[in-house]
Design a protein. Structure first.
Length: 256
């Protein structure tokens, strides 16, 4: 799975699913060659070699141009290179070939969210949420909630996040989104409780750095300088050199 940190929120599926119905090669031999190229490219992409991955996926596309899995792989490789238009083009092509390709649709919804095209995110997420065969509706609900929130539909965003947590109570992006929503709404005690809930789940250094940064800001809003400095210092210590550590350091400098 590829995870993009746009406010720690956007999740794009990127696990290529082996499924015979996704292919449409000119011949069985071409389909086998395309599958081989896809496997090699996926290994390159997993290890951060996006240029090499793209070469393999483009070769697979020539062999099997109607393979939805190859189109999805191309979308993922272009995303890794921050070529968003190309990524969207291939994600949509994948869905044209296989409309029930859940991972490709979740990927498209996340990409649209990343590009701040919020109104377009919601119908893609709705389609996933309403599909009883989609195995992880909490992911689509969280992306939908963030789009709703950005469109200033706070009530709907909160409801989407609460539903996401009914499906999976410990889903970190949903908890984080809800904490941010509550903090921005001035409900700082609720936000602090949610941030602490995330830390208790031991999410790893990168997430803990972000959460401690946000806790620091929340305590500053409450006028609790000592608590704020403690969390900002922890943010720096948990992931030195990270985006959230740098933001925490900037706050600490202004506080001294």
């Amino acid at each position: 799975m590829r995870k993009l940190a746009a406010l720690g929120m956007v999740w794009l599926a990127a696990g290529l699913v082996g499924c015979a119905t996704l292919g449409g090669g000119r011949s069985e031999e071409d389909s086998k060659k395309a599958t081989s190229r896809l496997a090699v490219g996926s290994d390159h992409l997993k290890n951060g070699r996006s240029a090499l991955a793209l070469r393999e996926f483009l070769a697979a596309e020539k062999l099997d141009p109607k393979n939805a899995q190859v189109q999805y792989a191309l979308a993922d490789a272009y995303l890794a290179q921050r070529k968003y238009a190309e990524a969207e083009q291939h994600a949509r092509r994948s869905l044209e070939l296989f409309p029930d390709y859940h991972d490709a649709r979740l990927f498209l919804a996340g990409l649209l969210l990343l590009r701040e095209r919020y109104a377009e995110v919601i119908p893609e997420c709705d389609r996933l949420v309403d599909d009883p065969t989609f195995p992880s509706p909490w992911r689509a609900l969280t992306n939908r909630a963030w789009a709703e929130y950005k469109l200033k539909r706070v009530k709907e965003a909160r409801e989407s996040l609460q539903l996401a947590r009914e499906y999976r109570s410990n889903y970190l992006p949903a908890i984080l989104a809800l904490a941010i929503l509550e903090s921005d709404a001035g409900r700082q005690s609720e936000a602090i409780h949610l941030y602490q809930e995330i830390i208790a789940l031991n999410p790893g250094a990168a997430v803990e750095s972000e959460v401690n940064y946000r806790l620091g800001k929340t305590y500053l809003a409450l006028g609790k300088r000592r608590e704020a400095m403690g969390h900002l210092t922890t943010s720096v210590a948990r992931a030195p050199g990270s985006h959230w550590a740098k933001r925490s350091q900037a706050y600490l400098k202004r506080m001294h």
